[in-house]
Design a protein around this ligand. Structure first.
Ligand SMILES: Cc1ncc(COP(=O)(O)O)c(C=O)c1O
Length: 360
């Protein structure tokens, strides 16, 4: 009875939760460096706002996310109608699929990249066109070459998850140059606030130019609201209006809305996190260099490391020491692990555990 395309959907495999690892391995002290969460936690202003919102939770949330859209409009200098709010940017990906993908439509994305793109294409009985990364980054020339008359959309994950690599303004400009109008381009910028590279593209410019583009951002990463589930899409009003047609009326809960609004008002929390990430990156690069392990230079809050051995074994050996990471085999790269950059203490613990693993 099941729709045949649904059988092609692989259930999402999330990072292992801390409590599960404690239970299974009888450990008391476990650190999770698997899901690119921000260990510093949300802004105190966001926590206070969410506590206030909890008392009002008997009311349905604002279906239009009015105040949050006002706050985003102010931040970006756009209109509230340029924003779609979702239960995580995951939901915006889902709304894009529901609103735009017909059976048989081709959708281009990179592999390995964020796995949700492919599942959304299968959900709608579309045809995934997965283009391999080159040197662990999007091969935008090959992705452009994969576009044809049947292409409905292209997903560009920048910086890319799981590799942390990015594509430059010049590369993205070359990709966009002369791209046919029937192709919707989705820039997934979940890790945008972590980026340091000077030549990282300003994808919002394409929206300002009236292109068929959606830019995705989230409150799950630097704003540390992953558990509240809230993210957003930015696009021309006409595109946002289509996404609004297919969304559930009360998709974003009131506690998440309150937390997101307050988060936008705390630059210090963002700056503190950036600083931690920058320092953590420097430390981990230096230690990985000493260990002679190759890694992809990252513009996000995680590092993709080639352990040069079976990453599943490395994963389990780290787990036994209370350190949770992700293995690259789920991304088709069986010697890689992806580790979230944490506090100095967490990073040191990861390196100490990794050294032990490499000695055995
Ligand atoms: C590249 C990328 N896009 C989107 C998401 C979804 O984030 P959320 O739904 O929490 O906003 C993630 C989360 O890991 C991600 O890595």
């Amino acid at each position: 009875m099941i729709r045949p395309n649904i059988t092609r959907l692989k259930p999402y495999r999330p990072g292992k939760p801390i409590d599960e690892v404690k239970r299974e391995l009888g450990l008391t002290d476990v650190v999770k460096m698997a899901s690119n969460e921000n260990v510093l936690g949300p802004s105190p202003k966001a926590i206070a706002a969410m506590q206030r919102a909890a008392a009002e939770v008997w009311l349905y949330p604002d279906a239009e996310c009015f105040d949050l859209k006002q706050a985003l409009a102010k931040k970006f200098g756009y209109k509230p109608e340029n924003f779609a709010i979702g239960t995580g940017s995951d939901e915006i990906l889902h709304l894009i699929a529901l609103a735009y993908f017909n059976a048989g439509d081709e959708v281009v994305f990179a592999t390995p990249s964020f796995v949700v793109y492919e599942s959304q294409v299968h959900l709608m009985d579309g045809v995934p066109r997965a283009v391999p990364l080159q040197h662990l980054k999007h091969d935008l020339a090959a992705m452009r070459a994969a576009v044809n008359a049947k292409t409905k959309a292209v997903f560009i994950c920048n910086p890319n998850n799981p590799t942390g690599t990015y594509n430059t303004q010049a590369e993205v400009d070359a990709f966009m140059d002369g791209l046919p109008d029937h192709v919707l381009v989705v820039f997934d910028e979940a890790y945008y606030e972590y980026v340091e590279a000077a030549d990282y593209p300003r994808s919002l410019r394409y929206i300002e130019e009236g292109r068929n583009v959606i830019v995705l951002r989230t409150f799950s990463k630097i704003y540390a609201l992953a558990g509240a589930r809230i993210g957003y899409g930015i696009a021309q009003e006409e595109i946002i209006a289509q996404l609004n047609r297919v969304r559930e009326p009360f998709n974003v809960n009131s506690i998440a809305q309150a937390g997101a609004i307050a988060s936008l008002d705390d630059d210090e929390q963002v700056e503190r996190t950036r600083r931690m990430n920058r320092e953590g990156k420097r430390y981990l690069y230096a230690e990985l260099d000493k260990l002679g392990l190759p890694y992809a230079p990252t513009e996000a809050n995680f590092i993709f490391v080639d352990t040069q051995r079976d990453a599943q074994e490395v994963f389990h050996a780290l787990l036994r020491q209370g350190v949770i990471v992700r293995t690259g085999d789920i991304f088709g790269l069986p010697t890689f692990i992806r580790v979230t950059i944490g506090t100095r203490e967490m990073n040191e613990r990861f390196i100490a555990a990794l050294k032990k693993v490499l000695q055995t």
